[in-house]
Write a protein that binds this ligand. Structure first.
Ligand SMILES: C[S@@+](CC[C@H](N)C(=O)[O-])C[C@H]1O[C@@H](n2cnc3c(N)ncnc32)[C@H](O)[C@@H]1O
Length: 298
C-alpha cells in the first residue's frame, strides 16, 4: 500500500499525470478493502501543495552527507549537489576511451615521459594507466597497472589489449607492495575513496556509503600513500588523487616521510585546495576530484 501511495504521489506531483487519472489508476491497483483509503489519501495529496521536509530530502542526499558537504564546501555545496543529480556528459579521448575530463587531467598531471617507468598503484579498470602509457609504435612511458582485485585487473587487460598500450597489468595489494623501493620514476595513487565527487556516475552510491566507511577508507588511503612513497626514486614524483571532495580523504593525510609537496600547478582546471588541488563538479561539468603532488627528496 505504501508503495502504491508513493507511486500515486509521484504521478501527481512530478510526472504531470492528470489528477483524476493518477488517483483512479492507483486506486485500481490497491486491494479492494483498501481502495477507499487509497482514494481518500491520494485525493488529499492532489489538493495539497508539495512542501519538502528539508533540503537534503529535496536534493535526495542522506542527511549526514548533505551536512558533510555543506560543512566542507560552504556556498559551493548546493551547486555541487545539484550538479551531481544531473547525468554526466560523455567525454571521449582521442583513442576512443570514454573518461571524465577531470580523470584525464589527473593522468596528464602525472607527467609520464618517454622512457619512464610509472606505477599506477590502484589502476583498475585502467583508464588513467592507458592514458599515461605509450602506444604501439610511439614514444611514451611504460606503466605497471596494479590492483588488488583480480577480476578488475582482467578489465585492465582488456582495455590495454584494445588500446595497444604499454601497460603491464598486475594483481598486487598496494598496502604490502611487491615492488622494489625506489624503482619507479613516477607513481600514481588513485586511491579507493568515498566517491562523493562522482555521485552522478552511480546514483545509488549515496545510499550505500556510510560515514564510518569514510573513516575506514582514510586508514586504507594512509597505508597506500606511505607504501607509494617508498616506491618513488629520489627526485621522482608521486601523485595522489581521489574522486571525492572531503579534506579527510585528501589534504588531511600526513605528507609521507622523505617526500615534499610539489606546488607546481597540475594540468587541467584545478583550484588550489590547501597544499593540493581540487575541481568541483559544477565548475567545468566534470567529476569532483582532489589531487596532491609530491616529489621524493634527492
Ligand atoms: C578509484 S579506483 C581506480 C580507478 C583507475 N585508476 C582508473 O582511472 O581507471 C580505485 C581502485 O583501487 C583498488 N584498490 C582498493 N584497495 C586496494 C589495495 N589495497 N591495493 C591496490 N588496489 C586497491 C580498487 O579495486 C579500485 O579498482
Amino acid at each position: 500500500m505504501r508503495t502504491l501511495l508513493r507511486l500515486g504521489a509521484y504521478q501527481l506531483h512530478f510526472a504531470g499525470v492528470r489528477p483524476h487519472a493518477a488517483v483512479a489508476e492507483t486506486v485500481a491497483l490497491a486491494p479492494k478493502r483498501l481502495r477507499a483509503f487509497a482514494n481518500a489519501i491520494l485525493r488529499n495529496v492532489s489538493r495539497t501543495a508539495m512542501v519538502w521536509p528539508d533540503r537534503a530530502t529535496e536534493l535526495s542526499y542522506p542527511q549526514w552527507m548533505f551536512d558533510l558537504l555543506t560543512a566542507e564546501l560552504g556556498d559551493d555545496a548546493l551547486p555541487v549537489m545539484q550538479r551531481m543529480n544531473e547525468p554526466p556528459p560523455v567525454s571521449v579521448r582521442d583513442d576512443g576511451y570514454v573518461q571524465d575530463r577531470a580523470s584525464q587531467w589527473v593522468a596528464a598531471s602525472v607527467g609520464a615521459a618517454p622512457g619512464e617507468r610509472v606505477l599506477d598503484m590502484c589502476a583498475a579498470p585502467g583508464g588513467k594507466a592507458t592514458a599515461m602509457a605509450a602506444r604501439e609504435g610511439a614514444d611514451g612511458a611504460f606503466v605497471v597497472a596494479a590492483d588488488v582485485a583480480a577480476q578488475r585487473v582482467h578489465l585492465i587487460g582488456s582495455n590495454v589489449a584494445r588500446l595497444s598500450a604499454a601497460v603491464a597489468p598486475v594483481v598486487a595489494d598496494g598496502t604490502s607492495s611487491p615492488f622494489v623501493a625506489g624503482s619507479f620514476d613516477r607513481v600514481l595513487l588513485d586511491a579507493p575513496c568515498s566517491g562523493l565527487g562522482a555521485l552522478r556516475r552511480r546514483p545509488d552510491a549515496r545510499w550505500r556509503i556510510t560515514a564510518p566507511d569514510i573513516d575506514n577508507l582514510v586508514l586504507l588511503q594512509g597505508a597506500l600513500l606511505n607504501q607509494a612513497a617508498t616506491l618513488v626514486r629520489p627526485g621522482g614524483a608521486l601523485v595522489y588523487s581521489v574522486c571525492t571532495l572531503t579534506a579527510a580523504e585528501s589534504i588531511n593525510h600526513t605528507v609521507p616521510d622523505g617526500l615534499d609537496v610539489d606546488t607546481a600547478e597540475p594540468t587541467g582546471a584545478w583550484e588550489p585546495f590547501a597544499h593540493g588541488w581540487r575541481v568541483l563538479p559544477h565548475h567545468h561539468d566534470t567529476d569532483g576530484m582532489v589531487l596532491i603532488r609530491y616529489r621524493r627528496r634527492s
